[in-house]
Design a protein around this ligand. Structure first.
Ligand SMILES: [Zn+2]
Ligand SMILES: [Zn+2]
Length: 442
């Protein structure tokens, strides 16, 4: 049998038959049916077999096979293990949907029947480690397959070109940049719109949590090297103690967020590491501070980074260091910009979601923390209008139990992390399909 005919048959068998009209109940029934027939087992497979950032070989292969079988034109090994799947369906916008696929070096202790016992060689340390989908990226890739299958079955309901991206190494904020640097837009076309979502254990399963502002922070990694003058611990006057100076810098840095940022602007300056010295009675000649600095706008970022430099250098002057021995502030090039949603596109999608899935499903539950994402590497330089939303992943009963003194809801990256796959995956597929159908019209 010719290969094209085999492909066609596979497509006909693999993709659920779905009627042409999009009615909310019909969409939800179709996605539920596909979950029961295909996606549940696929999620189970991914959950049991997580792979670490940059070495997601089997995951990428399975995703490429799934998307190819569905009828997409698939290219593998884009920016490492990345996969790009294209489906052209007449004139119209090019819309990109991204799912990240990496797991974490965590030993799963969720108690679930399908808890991962997988191990892998950690590409950073060379050690064999347990791996776990402790951030829920298994929900993202399973949903992407569900979306692909719905969009193929609904070909007559949309027009344009759909680009599905399976991204490696989000947890190390490397993958999006690597795919962009592999000329993804030059090779496959620059999208008119870019979309992505993250499952969130802090929201009720099935809810769509979206902001017209910034869902994820920007992050910078900063080192401060303090040059002291070594001396005997009993003769401090003979040296310049970098531990005392470093301590003053750490405390002075706390005023940046408290006293220099406008109270409604968000920022974090955390000194995560402070190393100096070798022995009780020696004043060291060096101290090294390692910081993570978070922002939600370019202005905040500049205020914090210039403030860190000003404080570190001037505290050095206070300590009486000469200008050529002042503390050095090194801002790593590994900077992640904040994820910022396009307000107009967000409003458009909120209306589409409310109409199709129910107003009560679309919420805004702002995050308390300043976690970062590498999605902005896809959406800036060149700028692409984008929206990034969250899908709830925890059943209401778990929140109720936690509120009455029971077991707390585990956070992302915890060995106890657990997502309710069925409501999360189906909401992931439904919200993505609704967004794509809203955008991909003539
Ligand atoms: Zn994560
Ligand atoms: Zn994540």
């Amino acid at each position: 049998m010719p290969k094209s005919l085999i492909c066609l048959l596979v497509v006909l068998i693999a993709v659920p038959a779905i009627s042409a009209d999009l009615s909310p109940a019909e969409l939800s029934r179709a996605v539920q049916k596909d979950y029961d027939n295909h996606l549940a087992a696929l999620f189970d497979h991914f959950h049991r077999n997580p792979e670490l950032s940059t070495v997601e070989f089997a995951t990428a292969k399975r995703m490429a096979d799934e998307l190819r079988t569905t009828g997409f034109d698939v290219t593998e090994n884009v920016g490492g293990t990345g996969v790009v799947a294209m489906l052209k369906n007449g004139a119209g916008p090019l819309v990109m949907m991204r799912a990240d696929m990496d797991g974490l070096p965590v030993e799963e202790k969720s108690g679930l029947d399908n808890a991962s016992r997988a191990t892998q060689t950690d590409p950073i340390t060379g050690n064999t480690v347990f791996t776990m989908h402790a951030c829920g990226h298994d929900v993202h890739i399973t949903s992407l397959v569900g979306t692909a299958r719905q969009m193929v079955a609904r070909r007559d309901e949309w027009t344009g070109t759909l680009m599905l991206i399976v991204q490696p190494a989000e947890e190390r904020v490397l993958g999006a940049r690597a795919m962009r640097d592999d000329d993804i837009w030059g090779r496959f076309g620059k999208p008119d719109y870019a979309l992505a979502f993250h499952v969130n254990s802090l929201d009720v399963a099935g809810m769509i949590n979206v902001t017209e502002g910034s869902p994820y922070a920007g992050a910078d990694t900063v080192d401060i090297v303090i040059h002291g003058v070594g001396a005997h611990g009993a003769h401090p006057y003979a040296g310049k103690d970098p531990i005392v100076l470093g301590s003053q810098i750490v405390l002075a840095l706390q005023t940046l967020v408290a006293r220099e940022l406008p109270p409604r602007a968000s920022g974090v300056v955390t000194v995560g590491s402070f190393h100096s010295g070798t022995k009780h009675n020696i004043i060291s000649d060096r101290a090294h501070l390692q910081l993570t600095v978070r922002n939600t706008s370019q202005e905040t970022r500049e205020t914090l980074l210039s403030g860190i430099k000003r404080i570190a250098e001037n505290m050095g002057r206070v300590a009486g260091l000469p200008d050529d021995k002042l503390p050095e502030v090194i801002v790593s090039e590994e900077s992640v910009p904040p994820t910022v949603n396009d307000p107009e596109l967000t409003r458009r999608l909120k209306v589409a979601w409310a109409d199709a899935l129910g107003e009560e499903k679309v919420i805004f539950n702002p995050t308390k923390g300043m976690g970062a994402e590498d999605f902005p590497f896809f959406t800036m330089d060149p700028a692409i209008t984008s929206v990034y939303w969250s899908i709830g992943g925890t059943p209401t009963e778990d929140f109720d139990r936690a509120a009455t003194g029971g077991e707390p809801v585990p956070s992302h990256h915890s060995p106890l992390f657990r997502i309710a796959p069925e409501p999360a995956v189906t909401a992931g597929v439904e919200s993505t399909v609704v967004a794509l159908l809203a955008l991909m019209q003539e």
